[in-house]
Design a protein around this ligand. Structure first.
Ligand code: SF4
Length: 383
């Protein structure tokens, strides 16, 4: 049996009953895909994920009604809970007594109270976390990078913008004397995840890293993409907690945990599959893992239908992005050749960043194929 790879000397941060970093066993996490206000379904999913081995389970909270639901969910589970704050950072004060960890996205701190400096908002989150014994995750995502950083790196080095954003938040947290935090830097492409995490870890080897490929899509492709990035990083000692984000029906969400544990077991045993990167050269479908914000339950089915309907284009190097909501959909589909995001009764479609309109769930597949055929024909003509 080969020696497990030596880990970066990260700080230990406690999240309820688990500790992340400092060479401790790597924690596998997941997130609920149910409506947070559906207390029975969400509590059942938390317990399903925890039962499968999730060390931390995340729940999205956007409204005071979500907070009320979270209070009831808290009573129905002993799992370590993390809250995912979207724009409404002030809700942290109400949810912190109910959870063990708060995740905020630096790019989302601009949406509310625009005149208030982001530094003051972080100070508020630190005060709340400190008062209620919570850890913090600074969750940077390629599709929602701090707009100021994105503008500064308009040359296209998204990784530089992401790292700079994470670094300045780490520096502020350090100055505020709050050390119980970890960082995540997620992208939908495995090679970008590798690049951005390696560069960050070289600068801040002390900060525990939460690894994941965002919007990896449906299994098995989503597991392959995640495995490629995580194997590369973990075997180099980078990463203290992981999430495998998969587009799955709610009842099968525990497969994220199983996939994560398998990856960790394989890395520990020296079984690597990094050569699989070559297999990602053709049509790439990225889709979000869905969460409480998903706008139509047909989303998971839609993602599967898109995969089936586009198989004929498998050898073309194009990316189709499928997202579950209007909050993150527009940003997360920016870099795709064809992007779709769900509304309650319609699906928005865009081609190379240009919005083409909103289509009913019945209309969207033929319209998508039309656009895909156009892109393929245009590429052929350009050859
Ligand atoms: S795109 Fe929307 S529905 Fe999908 S995981 Fe992100 S926030 Fe949730």
């Amino acid at each position: 049996m080969p020696e497990p790879p030596p880990r970066n000397p990260t700080r230990a941060i406690r999240v309820g009953s688990v500790t992340i970093g400092d060479g401790r066993p790597i924690v596998v996490q997941s997130m609920c895909a149910t409506k947070t206000t559906d207390v029975a379904a969400t509590a059942a999913q938390v317990n399903l994920l925890a039962g499968a081995g999730a060390g931390v389970v995340r729940i999205a909270v956007d409204t005071p009604r979500d907070v009320e639901a979270l209070a009831e969910i808290r009573r129905q589970t002993e799992a370590n809970l993390a809250v995912d704050l979207q724009e409404n950072y002030r809700l942290a004060a109400d949810v912190a007594p109910l959870v063990e960890k708060i995740r905020y996205n630096p790019g989302h701190l601009y949406h509310h109270e625009r005149d208030r400096p982001w530094q003051e908002k972080v100070r508020f989150l630190v005060d709340v976390a400190g008062e209620h014994d919570c850890a913090i995750r600074v969750g940077v995502n390629c599709g929602s990078v701090d707009p100021a950083k994105r503008e500064k790196h308009a040359d296209g080095d998204v990784a530089a913008a992401m790292i700079e954003s994470a670094m300045e938040h780490c520096e502020l947290l350090d100055r505020l004397g709050f050390s119980r935090y970890c960082v995540s830097l997620k992208d939908s492409h495995p090679s970008h995840v590798i690049d951005v995490n390696e560069r960050f870890a070289a600068q801040r080897p002390d900060v525990p890293l939460h690894l994941g490929v965002t919007e990896a899509g449906m299994p098995p492709e989503g597991i392959v993409k995640t495995r490629i990035a995580l194997e590369h990083l973990l075997r180099r000692g980078i990463g203290d907690t992981i999430r495998v984000s998969l587009t799955l029906p709610a009842a099968e969400k525990h497969r994220e945990i199983e996939a994560g544990r398998q990856i960790l077991d394989d890395v520990a045993a020296g079984r690597f599959h990094e050569d699989d990167m070559a297999g990602l050269a053709g049509l790439n479908i990225i889709s979000c893992p869905s969460c409480s914000r998903v706008e139509n339950e047909a989303f998971i089915e839609l993602a599967g239908q898109i995969r089936e309907a586009t198989r004929y284009a498998a050898e073309h190097r194009l990316t189709i992005a499928v997202m579950g909501c209007r909050v993150n959909g527009p940003g997360e589909t920016d870099d795709a050749d064809l992007g779709l995001w769900c509304g309650p009764n319609f699906v928005n479609l865009k081609r190379s960043g240009e919005k083409l309109g909103a289509f009913s769930y019945e209309e969207i597949l033929p319209r998508l194929k039309e656009e895909l055929d156009r892109l393929i024909a245009a590429r052929r003509e350009g050859q």
